[in-house]
Design a protein around this ligand. Structure first.
Ligand code: GRF
Length: 359
């Protein structure tokens, strides 16, 4: 176990409200994010997020751009303040300034940003308004690495959010914000894990999968695992959910055949460890839909697979899960091309009552 003082030191840069900052503070406090926020820096004196930092006992620094002759000088001052505090990762959270070369060079690939759209759609300001203007049915939130081009760096994590009839910028922004708050700490943790000597859960994708199941350890959940013999994921799930039941299949199990799909009926969790490459894209979509139709009202699916070229792109799979009716869709863990992702709480859960007589 790492002690609090060994934790990687991160910084959060803000310009305003700081609700994402708050979600990061909360995650470091609960232990969900194994990091210490060394400093919060704002380019605006009146940013309410500075007070959030102070309340949490975190150093809150206002660095006024007016005191520097140009953008580069300001960025150098930022870089210096961050280096002095031994920061290893910089997280922009509503920081309303373009990040220039001096800061990018001081923290290469070590600056993250959160943006309220599914990038590469709707870069720049007013992303929610852009989504409404285009009439898209699906938008979301993206955590990405900051590069010289605005909102164009490598994507770390995304969550999809539906656009509903009658949405205003405010209602859509609020729905996206819920997902922002959920994925930003997860994305920071994923980036830190990829860089640090990994903790045991990070070395073992099966335990990362078990850790990301959104049920209480004491829940007697019904799990269906798409494999014929118990493996690492089965063991990790048994460890975390000792009261659960885990259904496996026999030796003739073939994931690509459709005949076993009813075994998932009313399961709370369907686990698909390394089976997706056996399916065509059409079958994956069909499978996700079938799971969404069959699992219990709180149920969902978790997939453990490669997403680095040997399988369908992660984003496509997340979209298919969303289209299959899952409300909480995201990638919980991504290290070295291996990912744990899935969806929970189907909005159109199957009725638990028996079909009417004669049907
Ligand atoms: C968020 O919507 C974030 O995606 C964008 O700016 C907003 C900041 O909100 N970059 P808050 O200050 O974290 O509440």
């Amino acid at each position: 176990m790492t002690s609090v003082t060994d934790r990687p030191r991160i910084a959060v840069l803000i310009s305003g409200r700081g609700s994402n900052l708050q979600s990061i503070i909360d995650a470091t406090r609960s232990g969900a994010l194994g990091a210490t926020i060394a400093v919060v820096i704002s380019n605006r004196a009146e940013a309410p997020g500075l007070a959030r930092a102070r309340e949490a006992g975190i150093e809150a620094l206002f660095l006024s751009p007016r005191e520097y002759p140009d953008r580069d000088a300001y960025d150098r001052a930022l870089a210096q303040a961050l280096r002095e505090r031994d920061v290893v990762l910089v997280c922009l959270a509503g920081f309303m300034r373009l990040v220039g070369q001096p800061l990018l060079e001081a923290f290469p690939h070590r600056i993250l940003n959160i943006h309220p759209s599914l990038l590469p759609s709707f870069r720049g300001l007013h992303a929610q308004q852009q989504a409404l203007d285009h009439g898209v049915r699906m938008t979301g939130a993206t955590v990405h690495v900051v590069t010289p081009d605005l909102d164009a760096g490598p994507i770390v994590m995304q969550a999809a959010v539906p656009v509903l009839a009658g949405d205003t910028v405010e209602s859509l922004a609020a729905r996206i914000l819920v997902e922002e708050h959920r994925i930003y700490p997860l994305a920071i943790a994923a980036v830190l894990i990829g860089r640090q000597p990994p903790d045991p859960p990070a070395q073992c994708p099966a335990s990362a999968l078990a850790a990301s199941v959104p049920f209480e350890a004491s829940d007697a959940i019904r799990i269906v695992e798409l494999r014929s013999a118990a493996g690492d994921t089965t063991r990790e799930l048994r460890k975390r959910f000792p009261r659960s039941s885990i259904a496996l299949f026999d030796d003739r199990f073939n994931v690509a055949s459709l005949d076993w799909w009813d075994a998932m009926r009313r399961a709370d969790l369907v686990v698909a460890p390394f089976v997706m490459p056996a399916l065509t894209d059409a079958k994956k979509q069909y499978l996700y839909k079938a799971i969404g139709d069959r699992v219990s009202a709180r149920g969902g699916v978790l997939v453990l697979d490669r997403v680095d070229g040997s399988s369908s792109p992660l984003l496509h799979q997340l979209m298919w899960l969303k289209h299959a009716g899952f409300a909480h869709v995201d990638c919980a863990w991504l290290v070295g091309g291996l990912a744990v992702f899935g969806g929970f709480t189907p909005r159109a859960a199957v009725s638990e009552s028996p079909p009417p007589a004669g049907s």
